[in-house]
Ligand binder design. Structure first.
Ligand code: NAD
Length: 286
């Protein structure tokens, strides 16, 4: 029987989430997507108008099918968490049921269960600021959107995940090494995400035999990465200094994710898996 995947954090065809969706679709999975509420309209319109058709192409020539797109804001667990100004915000008022708990309920109602959960989202409003200049509010916002969101998604989706299922998220080496420019508490958020991956692997493994891993991905010129400001420099640095000197393709991260959530990785859990052309292993720029 085919697997069903819910992928949180797709709003265009440039990011890691999209590439993971394609790899999973190519392996036969049914694809459900959670898209950030403010980005929902343009994503759905672009999908409908065929703007992504070229990048929907799978290796066998068919086009990836997205069964359903759910509006999602992963910084809110349920309606009680949503402040008035967000409720009244024009970009949110057009959609309903986009808190994590409500989305999980909707997926349950529509499909009953899922096998694979993908967390491919991050947000740090002060990412351009050095850590010493980051406000408490900005720091906590980064942790909320980029780390707690994984806990919240798992908490609400595990009850509808089939035993033997798996979850994957995306992290970045700034969690463990100094990457100047990756500020606003985003480095802290990734450190939390990696630590939580171990504890969540234990808890989800014991309760439902669900595996939890994270991929430490190399630099990609996604929309989120471009907002940070130094992504071209990071891509160039990686190309120059990694053991394997080649462009890192989003599809390579997609394929590694498909492996990690598949039965081929049935004994891999609680791991941080590097998909970065090996850059993490270097001790000296070369
Ligand atoms: P992306 O822009 O494709 O994905 C980020 C997504 O997060 C966007 O679709 C955005 O709409 C969504 N999002 C932001 N806040 C949200 C919220 N509150 N609720 C729901 N969705 C929200 O960019 P990407 O670089 O592919 O990012 C995906 C993941 O990969 C992130 O965790 C990122 O940190 C990680 N990553 C990226 C790189 C890189 O160089 N691009 C490297 C390592 C790790």
């Amino acid at each position: 029987k085919g697997k069903r995947a819910f992928i949180a954090g797709i709003a265009d065809d440039n990011g890691y989430g999209w590439a993971i969706a394609k790899s999973l679709a190519a392996a036969g999975a049914e694809i459900l997507v959670g898209t950030w509420v403010p980005a929902l309209n343009i994503f759905e319109t672009s999908l409908r108008r065929g703007k992504f058709d070229e990048s929907r192409k799978l290796p066998n020539g068919s086009l990836m099918k997205i069964t359903k797109v759910y509006p999602l804001d992963a910084v809110f667990d349920n309606l009680e968490d949503v402040p008035e100004d967000v409720k009244l915000n024009k970009r949110y008022a057009g959609s309903t049921k986009w808190t994590v708990q409500e989305v999980a309920e909707c997926v349950k109602e529509d499909f009953g269960s899922i096998d694979i959960l993908v967390h491919s989202l991050a947000n740090g409003p002060e990412v351009a600021k050095p850590l010493l200049e980051t406000s408490r509010k900005g720091y906590l916002a980064a942790i909320s959107a980029s780390s707690y969101s994984y806990i919240s998604l798992l908490k609400h989706f595990i009850p509808i995940m089939n035993p033997g299922g798996a979850a994957i998220s995306l992290t970045y080496i700034a969690s463990e090494r100094i990457i100047p420019g990756y500020g606003g508490g985003m480095s802290s958020a990734k450190a939390a995400l990696e630590s939580d991956t171990r504890v969540l692997a234990y808890e989800a493994g014991r309760s439902k035999k669900i595996r939890v891993n994270t991929i430490s991905a190399g630099p990609l010129g996604s929309r989120a990465a471009k907002a940070i400001g130094f992504i071209e420099k990071m891509i160039e640095y990686s190309y120059k200094n990694a053991p394997v000197q080649k462009e890192l393709l989003a599809d390579e991260v997609g394929n590694a994710a498909a492996f990690l959530v598949s039965p081929l990785a049935s004994a891999v859990t609680g791991s941080v898996v590097y998909v970065d052309n090996g850059l993490n292993a270097m001790g000296l720029a070369s």
